[in-house]
Every structure is written in structure tokens, then in C-alpha cells.
Design a protein around this ligand. Structure first.
Ligand code: SF4
Length: 367
């Protein structure tokens, strides 16, 4: 039995406590912070498998068999003035990652067409820069968003910090459906990752997005050297932010960044992280994004049993992914179905009043 201060009687076994928390979530209840920390702190592999079994039931109940697919295109690469230590695109580090300014529409059109061919009806436009204010850059981005939407593809974006409510409102008016802005890690650990902007800056951007009525995609990156408590607090902060899509990235150490020698985390610990996020955010789509192939290795398909309900397909921003066809085959082999933006939620979830339709979202951390 694990010692903790969570909200259940202490004479229960871990198995009984996981079951009690799982049943609470299935019934539409919410976990309290001490419960969340307790789940993240579980260490025994038997407990983790138990946790995954319940996370799988929660995923089935609230998300059904559909796996939402997301794809991205980098519309401005490298040379970012921010110093996020995990990121290949920061100008602070010599990583050899591509560098180019805001691209024309043609490559975006091609990416949208390819996404459609793969059955992915959303495209995230991602830019490596500090963020967006009013001005010609915003005008160009809005034009790109309008053009993507005109192709019948849901336009999503990950464009860094938003400087004002007016900027968020302009993106919404251009037809933006969903915006990715990750909190990355806990508020406590964030200053060790980045010194050029603050956690508060990120929360403020999420506030502008909410006010504008843009769907929020907000996740983080695991493997930075954070504690399990940091992961628990990240999950709670994302719940607080009202995220509907939650991308989880697993650090893929990039040569030239401060984290180039970070050791990989055990795959089972990453699966546990997915499962814990599923417990905390039962109705959100938990998306496994960057670093999945290199970190999960042969356990990759277990991510769905751990509670994942969305997948980044196609290449990431600076690293390669496995071919889309292989991902689609994996999904079908597991008896799951590739989902589309706007798909209805599963019938078995309709008896739960909190269930809301959610959208496919764009990329996660540009790393
Ligand atoms: S994570 Fe984003 S803000 Fe940070 S360095 Fe990379 S591109 Fe810039």
C-alpha cells in the first residue's frame, strides 16, 4: 500500500483505491489534487497496469473507439528568440534545425491536401516565434487560416503567445477553430525550462483564447527532469485551463539543446502518465504527440489502453514520425477507428451530462 494523504480510507489496498477513483471518474466525478498526486506517485508495475485498465474503461466511456488524428505544418521554422531548453527551434542553441520565415500558402495548401488524402480533416499551422501581435504578420496568418478553411479543412494553429484579446478575436474571425498553447510543465518547474517568458504569460494567452471562443489545445512535455508531482500539477493546471485537447510530448533529446543527454524515461512510466491524465481529464482528448516512437518503442500501441484518444500523425516539426499508413493500421488492428473532426461522441457517454463534443487539435510543443 502506498502512503499518501489522498481522499480515500487508508486501509484500502492500492488495487481498491485505484478502483474507487476509477469508479468515481466513470460516474462523472472529479479527482481532488491529493488523489491525482497519489496516482502519479504509484511505482509498482502491477499498480500501473491496474491504472491503465481503468484508464481504458474511462476512455471507452467518454471517447468511445474513435482516435482523433491531428497533423501539422511548420509555417515559420527555427530562430525563435525564446530559450525553451527542450526546443530544437530556439535561437539559443545550435541544433541544425531548419530556419525559414513565414511561408507562402502553396506549401500549406499541399499539407492540407495531404492531410485530406490521409483522412485527417484538420491542419495545425505552427510557427516558431515568441508570439503574435497586431500587424502585417497577423494579417498574413489570418489569410492562411481563411484559405485553409476554404479548402474544407479545419484550421488550427500553434503560434505562441497572443499579445492581446484583439489578436485572439481576429484569429477567431478568420475561422480558427482551435489553438495549441502548452503549459509544458508545472508552474513550479517552468522557470527552469524557460527564462524569456513566464507561466503567467502562457496562462494569459489561454485566457484570451477562452474569451475569443477558440477551442483550447493545451498539454506539455514529459522527460525534462520534472518530478511526478510536477506532472500531477501540470495535469491539474490543464484541467483548470479548460483544455479540450491535451497533447503529451515525450522528450526526444535534440543534439545542441541543454537536454541533449537527458536519459529516456521507462515506457511504463510514460504510459502511467497518459493514464493519470485520462483520470484527471476524462472528457478531453489525450493526444500522444512528439517523441512517441522513440520513447514508447514496442509499447506504442498500449497508449490507447492507457487512455490516449488522439494521435499526431505525419512528421513532427523537427523530427520524423512513422508513416501515417502504419499509424492507421495500428489503430484498426486494435479495433479502434480513425476519427474525424466533429465526429459525434460515443453513445455510452451521453448519459453523462458533462460530456461535450471536442475538436481535433493541432501540434504540440514545437520540438
Ligand atoms: S517551444 Fe516555442 S517558444 Fe519555446 S523556443 Fe521552441 S518555438 Fe520558441
Amino acid at each position: 500500500m502506498t502512503d499518501s494523504s489522498h481522499t480515500l480510507p487508508m486501509d484500502l489496498t492500492n488495487h481498491q483505491q485505484i478502483e474507487a477513483l476509477g469508479r468515481r471518474v466513470l460516474a462523472g466525478g472529479q479527482l481532488e489534487p491529493p488523489d491525482v498526486h497519489w496516482l502519479f506517485e504509484l511505482r509498482a508495475s502491477a499498480d500501473v497496469y491496474d491504472l491503465m485498465a481503468w484508464a481504458n474503461r474511462i476512455r471507452e466511456r467518454f471517447k468511445g473507439r474513435r482516435v482523433q488524428l491531428c497533423s501539422i505544418v511548420n509555417i515559420k521554422a527555427g530562430g525563435c528568440p525564446e530559450d525553451c531548453k527542450f526546443c530544437a527551434q530556439s535561437a539559443f542553441y545550435q541544433t541544425g534545425a531548419p530556419r525559414y520565415g513565414l511561408i507562402d500558402f502553396e506549401p500549406i495548401r499541399a499539407a492540407a491536401a495531404e492531410a485530406k488524402r490521409n483522412g485527417v480533416l484538420s491542419l495545425g499551422l505552427v510557427a516558431a516565434w515568441r508570439g503574435l501581435g497586431q500587424g502585417p504578420l497577423l494579417d498574413q496568418v489570418c489569410a492562411h487560416i481563411r484559405a485553409v478553411a476554404a479548402m474544407g479543412v479545419s484550421a488550427h494553429a500553434s503560434l505562441g503567445l497572443i499579445q492581446s484579446q484583439a489578436v485572439a478575436d481576429r484569429l477567431k474571425a478568420a475561422g480558427l477553430v482551435c489553438y495549441n498553447h502548452n503549459l509544458e510543465t508545472s508552474e513550479r518547474f517552468f522557470p527552469k525550462q524557460c527564462s524569456t517568458h513566464s507561466y503567467q504569460d502562457r496562462l494569459q494567452t489561454l485566457h484570451y483564447l477562452r474569451q475569443a471562443g477558440i477551442k483550447i489545445c493545451c498539454g506539455g512535455i514529459i522527460g525534462l527532469g520534472e518530478t511526478r508531482a510536477d506532472r500531477a500539477d501540470l495535469a491539474l493546471a490543464i484541467r483548470q485551463a479548460g483544455a479540450q485537447m491535451v497533447p503529451l510530448n515525450f522528450l526526444h533529446p535534440i543534439s545542441g539543446t541543454p537536454y541533449q543527454h537527458n536519459p529516456p524515461l521507462p515506457p511504463l512510466e510514460l504510459l502511467q502518465t497518459i493514464a493519470c491524465f485520462r483520470f484527471v481529464l476524462p472528457q478531453a482528448d489525450i493526444m500522444v504527440a512528439g517523441g512517441r516512437v522513440v520513447n514508447l518503442r514496442d509499447t506504442q500501441s498500449l497508449m490507447f489502453m492507457a487512455g490516449a484518444s488522439a494521435l499526431m500523425v505525419g512528421n513532427y516539426l523537427t523530427t520524423l514520425n512513422q508513416p501515417v499508413e502504419k499509424d492507421l493500421q495500428m489503430i484498426r488492428d486494435l479495433g479502434l477507428e480513425p476519427g474525424q473532426h466533429g465526429d459525434p461522441q460515443p453513445a455510452q457517454a451521453t448519459d453523462t451530462p458533462q460530456t461535450q463534443p471536442v475538436a481535433v487539435a493541432p501540434a504540440a510543443t514545437p520540438a
